[in-house]
Design a protein around this ligand. Structure first.
Ligand code: SF4
Length: 386
């Protein structure tokens, strides 16, 4: 069987560094079924009306979904029995189904490969720590940014995910935490990071709708504070500017990966559209507006961007904007099989970090949870294409 048919990856996406970015229509494969989370309040009421359900039933459904994390008709005990099935079908179609679940770190890291309605695959990773539980979610099927060291980039962009598909990853993880399905007993999902497959700014509307519904208090949302939500971007400057204007206090993470334009043009093709100065200007403005430190993600690649000269360049660029506005997360690259991009030597990582610290920059080597289960972005989906 051909890989293309199985994954539905469009050829255009394979090649385009950023050709699909900000494009309005990715609906080449049809749209996912509409879900409660995709509908406005008015649309929910209208849809309920079509089923003969009065307005107050919509509130009950919101309560089931956001407060009880439940989509199972049988649980709608406050609903007339004859309407439960119909309501669940109309509002809560199954959008994501687990295909493969991998556990690591003593069961505190759980990576799930999900199948979507059109047989697309995405993934999410739940990481439990002593004081928090963080879910890393996907916002697009594949990614059109074309970073050459990245497994997801190799897949290209298939389509944007709907708000419902994005939110379902959160609901299922929140329920798993609540129900004690993650090692460590019952707990609470406290953090969400948009660092799975895809470029969140490339699917801005659905991502923003998901952020609003993740952070609103039940029964309007899951009640996870916006301050505990991180949106990462590879440098889609108009997206950062738009997010700044929203005034939602989410954390912004910028995947920089290189301290000069020459190198970044190669590692992150989006840089040819918006260069480092434009990107850091926008990131710094976000910091000024939100008062939230920006995270700078930097995948350390052996001999490519991990040398002392790179660390010094990075420190200079960041310090140009003043003190204490960023937190740098160097991440040891989790290499894709057969790729020329490999992880840095531990001593180089340490030196990189030391140089940043000496320059007064807050930096911590990012935890590489789940690296024994293909933890780098997109690797699991890239391996399970058939
Ligand atoms: S590194 Fe991020 S932006 Fe680049 S191709 Fe991979 S998923 Fe896309």
């Amino acid at each position: 069987m051909s890989e293309e048919i199985e994954t539905g990856i469009t050829t255009g996406g394979r090649e385009g560094a950023f050709r699909d970015i900000l494009s309005k229509d990715h609906a080449r494969r049809g749209k996912p079924p509409l879900h409660f989370a995709d509908l406005s309040e008015e649309e929910r009421i209208e849809r309920a009306g079509q089923l003969g359900l009065p307005k107050f039933r919509v509130k009950q459904l919101a309560n089931h979904y956001f407060a009880h994390l439940d989509t199972d008709a049988e649980s709608f005990t406050d609903f007339p029995a004859a309407k439960r099935g119909e309501a669940a079908e109309a509002f809560f179609p199954t959008l994501i189904e687990p295909m493969l679940v991998q556990k690591a770190d003593g069961g505190t890291t759980i990576k799930t490969l999900w199948r979507l309605f059109d047989d697309s695959r995405i993934e999410s990773v739940l990481m439990r720590y002593p004081n928090r539980a963080t879910l890393c979610i996907s916002s697009q099927v594949g990614c059109g940014m074309g970073c050459p060291f990245c497994a997801t980039g190799k897949l290209g962009l298939t389509r944007n995910m709907s708000a419902g598909e994005i939110l379902e990853q959160v609901r299922v993880a929140a329920a798993a935490m609540r129900d004690g399905e993650v090692a460590g007993g019952p707990g609470r999902l406290s953090n969400v990071v948009f660092m799975g497959m895809g470029e969140p700014m490339g699917n801005y509307r659905a991502v923003l709708s998901a952020i609003r519904q993740i952070s609103a208090m039940p029964p309007e949302g899951f009640g996870i504070s916006a301050r505990n939500i991180t949106v990462s971007t590879v440098g889609v400057v108009p997206g950062i500017r738009k997010l700044t204007a929203e005034g939602i206090p989410v954390r912004l993470a910028v995947s920089l990966h290189a301290p000069n334009d020459q190198l970044r043009d190669e590692l992150v093709p989006m840089n040819r559209r918006f260069n480092i100065t434009q990107l850091l200007d926008a990131a710094h403005d976000y910091y000024l507006a939100s008062k939230r430190r920006v995270s700078i993600e930097y995948a350390l690649m052996r001999g490519i961007n991990d040398q002392p000269v790179h660390a010094r360049q990075l420190a200079n660029r960041l310090n140009h904007y003043g003190d204490d506005w960023v937190h740098v997360n160097p991440i040891p690259l989790n290499p894709i099989e057969g790729s020329k991009w490999t992880a840095s030597k531990p001593e180089d990582e340490q030196e990189f970090l030391d140089i940043l610290h000496r320059a007064g920059i807050t930096a911590t080597l990012r935890d590489t949870r789940g690296s024994d289960i293909d933890g780098a972005c997109g690797q699991l989906a890239a391996k399970n294409r058939g």
